[in-house]
Design a protein around this ligand. Structure first.
Ligand SMILES: [Zn+2]
Length: 1000
């Protein structure tokens, strides 16, 4: 993003007609440097919104309203299936081809409860239009083959049971994906809330698909739904970036040609407001041996204003943030302090993804019989807030956060255009003003004006929208130890019954269709078909690496890095402390320590007072712990000398608040108070519960971490801080607390030994003005920290690879195998990066996802941790998947890499290195590169190597590596106990060391 802070000059005028489009409105929004064009295609009625700005990461997205009529998951399966080829691009997996063969910076598709969105983005103009052209064709004119429907949706299949006896089962990618989703308690809570709060609308259905209902979907219904809702007449097209609007119109004119204007009724019905509150009950699975006590979840939710009632919605959002947005929020505090549950329910907050907005709040880790008490407490607290008045500082804090979020350029896992797109769709999808929520200064001014006119504005809104609003749902979700087994037994019975009704002929037909599908999947697309897709060449790729401006300095032994970037008036300050001197057994407590330092009281203020200050003057203070190898060393054989371990505190603030924000940081780091045991306990439980809930949705990542843990010191730290080891640590500590009298003292000691000036690195990212203020204020911040003294790095523990099976309550598996691998600076690094991409997108994708029916199969090579890993996600198999991993080297040796696949793998590797970053991300990346000695010269060298690799070298290096490293590899599988036992018995790699991961 460039330095400019003005909107691009308008290039079209309101009311004019050009290239078959009517320009309905042209508006400048200077605060986000955007000129917005609202347009309509005259023939079809397609709606277009272009946000023209100077960001070169252009984004194109087609969205449709897709109201579901049942829970067969039709919109979701369709989302998968349209990406499997069109008449013009007849390739079986067009999505994967685009993913591999382009410089896309984002390519995905999303199914919401009422809409489906297809976005693509790229920083290269030619590539952008290639992607947009193919994507639009796939969406508007897909083939929707019956084979695709069966592969992505569902089909009956015979699976080999024990003693060669075949049993009937259901398979399909979405089917398995949703089985995983239906094992996740958080997901089930959201679902229960949505379905029960809107019982008379389309929201009572699951657009993603309930595994029980998915098999009812037919191919005919499926095609009819596409014809009806995927027409340009029902499309809203969102475009963002620096390409001029006229160019987009010429492109769209072509894309939309030939479609008639049809009338589509896709409106989302309004849920009538209830006369009185209701209750709902539901269950979620836990492990067979888990204790169900204290594991229920209780939520209270209200249906609020319609998304299109923009002023009311934004005021209600402020109220939501006041009530629960910070530790000082009265509702959050009352619930936590009550001791009725362990921490706030994950379903807490304001939700805009429905036609009518929702606010929900509640407790996790409670019991069903406390539901009445929890409800009464929430209502009593709201009454008290209305009676005593809302704390003005909380409102100011919330307005400050709206300004900060409106201003900040955010580019984390997705483009900034996606952030703006989601804001736009909250109103646009329901025929409201798409630009409303982009104009944050106007929103803040409106709120201030209304607040000034009526000082009791917020109290009145809480009274009418919460206390006097009968559309309120009390939802109780209880843990169930036998739910998974019951579902599996019921499924097996259904299959048996079905099997019994089948004639020999029908049985044979299922086997035949299964064979046909397999043949369809394994037959490669014809070269002619593949050639229809436009594709980049390696020679089109920029050879120069992009450099993040970095100025190095030192101040009394403290290293200082400064990055001057355009940040739209926001400053980022990182303090990175060396933690390689912390003993191995104390390492797991570092993430908790970070949380305590930033969320407890300090400098004579209570934690609620600190929380208010933080919301009022900063964009947050976030701790993280990171480790990696230093490039160019001997890797694993040379640690710990050649690795680094750091705890980083990142402060974010508007430029104008830097002095106060740095003062707050100094108070937390230098004058923190950790003696409030009640608060310590609450934070510990919150951390443990959040961590626990993150495992099922990201099982493959946890399996990879665990498998890699014994392979290098940085990987071991990663497991101790972020893996299942960390969860065990948090669980043990919560079990022992508050009897561990010494805990507070230990933490204080650890904190003092880490947070000192010795070995400190300061990293600043901002515009020139922000850097100047930060630099001026730095000395006084540093004097608040103890000087500290040099200490020895701790020797690494001895680590041995163990094959592990971790029992968790799920119906699918997550299978990982990790191998020790070269670090940055090694001569094989470039080839292995390309090989990993090739295996991911080719061999593993085909064997595990397409043929195995898992939601995902991939490899990941991390030279920073020195680990290469295979992973599968929501996988119906274990042994079969492990065999696929084992055979990777042989497959690579046998089949080689075609010239075209090699080119795609190189482009994909470069694409991942060039992933665009926001200013905050650039600052952090520069710090990590500095710690890892990844100089710009080395990065250029690595890029050249990747671009110049010969495919024979990639194959030869990868085969040699896999054959050699496999002997030192480790396996980790997260799955149900039954599946793990069966694998452990049958797997030729030996027994798995089984361990139950309690969800407590
Ligand atoms: Zn999906």
């Amino acid at each position: 993003m460039s330095e400019s802070s003005v909107c691009p000059q308008p290039r079209l005028t309101t009311g004019e007609t050009t290239a078959g489009f009517q320009i309905k409105r042209v508006v400048g929004i200077p605060e986000i440097r955007v000129t917005a064009y609202e347009m309509e295609h005259q023939t079809t009625g397609a709606q277009i919104l272009h946000l023209h700005c100077d960001d070169r990461e252009n984004l194109f997205a087609v969205a449709f309203r897709t109201p579901p009529r049942n829970s067969t998951g039709l919109p979701h399966i369709l989302e998968h299936a349209v990406l499997a080829g069109s008449e013009r691009y007849p390739v079986k997996d067009a999505f994967n081809e685009l993913l591999r063969g382009s410089l896309q910076t984002f390519i995905n598709a999303f199914t919401y409860p009422d809409k489906t969105i297809y976005p693509v983005a790229s920083q290269v103009k030619a590539d952008f239009y290639n992607l947009a052209r193919v994507y639009a064709d796939l969406v508007f004119r897909p083939r929707l083959l019956v084979e695709t429907f069966r592969q992505e949706g569902h089909h009956l299949a015979w699976s080999e049971g024990q003693e060669g006896k075949r049993t009937l089962t259901v398979s399909g990618i979405v089917y398995n994906e949703m089985k995983g989703a239906y094992s996740s308690p958080d997901n089930l809570m959201y679902k229960a809330l949505q379905e029960n709060l809107f019982p008379d609308t389309v929201y009572r259905f699951d657009s993603g698909g309930n595994p029980r209902d998915i098999p009812d979907l037919t191919h005919d219904d499926f095609r009819a739904f596409h014809r009806r809702f995927y027409s340009p007449a029902n499309a809203r097209i969102f475009i963002y970036g620096d390409i001029a609007p006229e160019e987009h119109l010429l492109f769209l004119q072509d894309v939309l040609q030939g479609f008639p204007r049809i009338s589509v009724n896709s409106s989302i019905p309004v849920q009538p407001r209830w006369e009185k509150p209701r209750t709902a009950k539901g269950v979620f699975p836990i492990g067979r041996e888990d204790d169900p006590r204290g594991k229920a979840n209780v939520n209270l939710a209200w249906m609020l204003a319609e998304n299109t009632d923009e002023e009311t919605v934004i005021l209600l959002e402020v109220i939501g943030s006041v009530l629960v947005g910070s530790a000082a929020g009265p509702l959050r505090k009352a619930l936590i302090d009550s001791g009725l549950g362990q921490d706030l329910s994950p379903v807490t907050g304001f939700e805009r993804d429905y036609r009518q907005t929702v606010f929900a709040v509640g407790l996790r880790g409670t019991d069903a019989d406390k539901a009445g008490k929890i409800e009464a407490l929430i209502l009593a607290t709201l009454e008290k807030v209305v009676r005593d008045g809302v704390d003005r500082e909380l409102i100011e804090g919330s307005l400050h956060q709206i300004e900060l979020q409106g201003r900040e350029i955010v580019r984390k896992n997705y483009p900034y255009g996606i952030v703006l797109m989601s804001r736009v769709f909250h109103t646009w999808m329901y025929d409201g003003d798409p630009l409303h929520s982009l104009n944050f200064p106007r929103l803040i001014a409106m709120i201030r004006r209304r607040w000034q006119e009526d000082p009791r504005l917020f109290e009145k809104l809480i009274q009418s929208w919460f206390l006097d609003n009968p559309h309120r749902l009390l939802s109780v979700m209880e843990p169930d130890r036998t739910l998974l087994e019951e579902e599996e037994t019921a499924f097996a019975k259904r299959m048996e019954a079905l099997s019994a009704t089948l004639s020999a002929e029908e049985k044979e037909r299922i086997a035949e269709e299964q064979e046909n599908l397999k043949a369809f999947q394994t037959t490669p697309d014809s070269p002619d078909a593949v050639a229809t897709l436009p594709r980049l060449k390696v020679r089109d790729i920029e050879r120069q690496v992009e450099i993040i401006p970095t100025e190095q300095a030192a101040m009394n032994g403290t290293k200082i890095l400064r990055h001057e970037l355009f940040t739209n008036g926001i400053a980022y300050l990182d303090l990175a402390f060396d933690v390689s001197t912390v003993a191995d057994d104390l390492q797991p407590c570092l993430p908790l320590l970070g949380k305590l330092v930033t969320q407890m009281g300090a400098a004579g203020r209570s934690y609620t007072e600190m929380a208010k200050l933080i919301a009022l003057k900063t964009g947050g203070i976030r701790p993280s712990v990171n480790a990696g190898f230093v490039a160019g060393g001997n890797g694993a054989s040379d640690f710990p000398r050649n690795s680094w371990q750091q705890m980083v505190f990142r402060l974010k603030a508007l430029d104008r608040n830097i002095p106060e924000a740095m003062e707050i940081l100094a108070d937390l780091l230098g004058a923190g108070d950790m003696t409030d045991r009640q608060r310590l306990r609450d934070l510990l439980l919150e951390k443990k519960n959040r961590f626990q809930a993150s495992i099922v949705p990201a099982g493959h990542i946890f399996a990879r971490r665990l498998a890699g843990a014994s392979l290098s010191l940085p990987a071991w730290r990663d497991e101790q801080w972020h893996g299942r080891y960390q969860l065990k640590y948090l669980q043990d500590l919560s079990g022992a607390f508050p009897d561990r009298e010494a805990l507070v003292e230990e933490l204080v000691q650890l904190k003092t030994s880490i947070l000192s000036r010795v070995g400190l690195t300061v990293n600043m990212t901002a515009g020139a003005a922000g850097l100047k203020v930060m630099s001026e204020r730095l000395p006084s911040l540093l004097t608040r920290l103890p000087v500290g003294r040099e200490k020895e790095k701790m020797p690494p523990p001895s680590l041995t690879p163990v094959n592990r099976g971790i029992v968790i309550p799920v119906q699918v598996s997550y299978v990982a195998q990790a191998l020790p691998a070269p670090i940055y600076g090694h001569r094989d690094t470039a080839a292995l990066m390309v090989a990993s991409r090739f295996l991911s997108n080719g061999y593993l994708y085909k064997s595990i996802r397409i043929q195995g029916g898992a939601y995902g199969g991939m490899s990941a090579y991390d030279p920073l941790l020195g680990v290469f890993a295979f992973m599968s996600y929501r996988d119906p198999h274990i042994s079969r998947t492990l065999r696929v991993y084992e055979e990777a080297a042989a497959a690579l040796e046998r089949e080689g890499i075609s010239g075209e696949d090699h080119e795609k793998a190189v482009i994909g590797t470069i694409g991942s290195l060039d992933r665009p970053m926001d200013p905050a991300g650039k600052g952090m990346a520069a710090l990590i590169r500095h710690l890892s000695s990844l100089t710009d010269a080395y990065r250029q060298h690595l890029r050249n190597e990747i671009l110049d690799l010969r495919r024979e070298d990639v194959r030869e290096t990868a085969v040699r590596f896999l054959e050699k490293a496999v002997g030192k590899s480790a396996v980790a599988v997260f799955s149900s106990e039954e599946r793990l036992r069966e694998t452990s018995e049958r797997w030729q790699g030996g027994k798995l060391h089984l361990e139950r991961l309690a969800m407590e």
